[in-house]
Write a protein that binds this ligand. Structure first.
Ligand code: AHM
Ligand code: MG
Length: 278
């Protein structure tokens, strides 16, 4: 697994440079979900593919930016699902973005996830690895990721990050979000799931939701590349991650780009979601 983490670190350093200096414009291509790809989405995807090509333990990779999986090493043990540049439409307004990786064994079910990693490209570059615990690193001037601390969620937090188009929310969901704000929670939502979830993790807890809505009944966020990796991080940090009713890591996608409603948070907030959506 270490060689996979090292490849992710090398990719992150190259992607950081691309974000800082490359053209932020759109390409002429679309990804499997139909989004027009930025030149930076395509470049980040290529960087990661290149770095994994030399990692013999990687059997196959599947990216948010590609329709199908790409086989790499027949005798490899792991499958890696990744979103090379999540929230990339925020780059032109200079907000933080991220890369997300899920390291699976056997198939891409939530229960097959062995580790997950995410990188935040913000004022600083930070990398979080979840295995048995959740470890945070920060990039220094010499381009080394230096260990900072373990991440633990409190039982209850103070932040609320309610995603998706509000006019498509169900009545129950709207009532839940209103009630949470009434209890004094503060709104924190940038539109980038990596920095939004990183903030909740580092500030001790809260709730991030991307529910089912009238326009996207199965939510927007993809299981393999976004939802499962973060569900793993939240559970290992002492929190919970559900689709409203079920534990997210008990789900399995039928297709690489399948999405699901999702709620990530500390235990009190997720119990509250269960009492309404469950
Ligand atoms: P992307 O993978 O196309 O960048 O989309 C994913 C992003 C997440 O980072 C974020 O949480 C979500 O889309 C925001 O969506 P919305 O603006 O609908 O709340
Ligand atoms: Mg994404």
């Amino acid at each position: 697994m270490t060689e996979i983490f090292e490849a992710i670190k090398r990719s992150a350093i190259r992607i950081k440079e691309a974000i800082e200096y490359d053209d932020t414009g759109y390409s002429d291509h679309h990804n499997a979900t139909g989004d027009t790809q930025l030149k930076l989405d395509i470049k980040s995807d290529l960087i990661i593919e290149e770095e994994f090509q030399s990692v013999l333990s990687v059997k196959e990779i599947v990216s948010e930016e590609k329709e199908e999986a790409t086989p790499l090493h027949v005798n490899g043990k792991y499958l890696v699902g990744y979103d090379p540049l999540d929230g990339s439409s925020l780059i032109d307004v200079n907000l933080s973005v991220g890369s997300i990786f899920g390291i699976y064994e056997g198939d891409y079910a939530g229960s097959s996830l062995k580790a997950s990693v995410y990188v935040v490209y913000g004022p600083r570059v930070e990398l979080v690895i979840a295995t048995d615990k959740v470890y945070m690193y920060r990039l220094n001037k010499q381009n080394e990721f230096i260990f900072q601390k373990e991440i633990h969620l409190g039982e209850k937090g103070k932040l609320n990050a309610p995603g998706a188009t509000q006019k498509g929310w169900s009545k129950e969901h709207k009532a839940l979000v209103d009630a949470i704000f009434q209890d004094g929670y503060r709104l924190r939502y940038s539109g980038g799931m990596v920095p939004d979830l990183h903030q909740i993790l580092l500030k001790g807890g809260g709730l991030f939701s991307y529910p089912s809505t009238s326009d996207v009944p199965k939510g927007k966020l993809r299981m393999i590349f976004e939802v499962f990796p973060f569900a793993f991080v939240f559970e290992k940090a002492g929190g919970m991650a559900i689709d409203g009713k079920n534990r997210l890591l008990d789900l399995a996608p039928m297709h690489p780009h399948d999405t699901t409603p999702c709620f990530f948070g500390s235990n009190e907030e997720i119990k509250r979601v269960l009492s309404i959506h469950g």
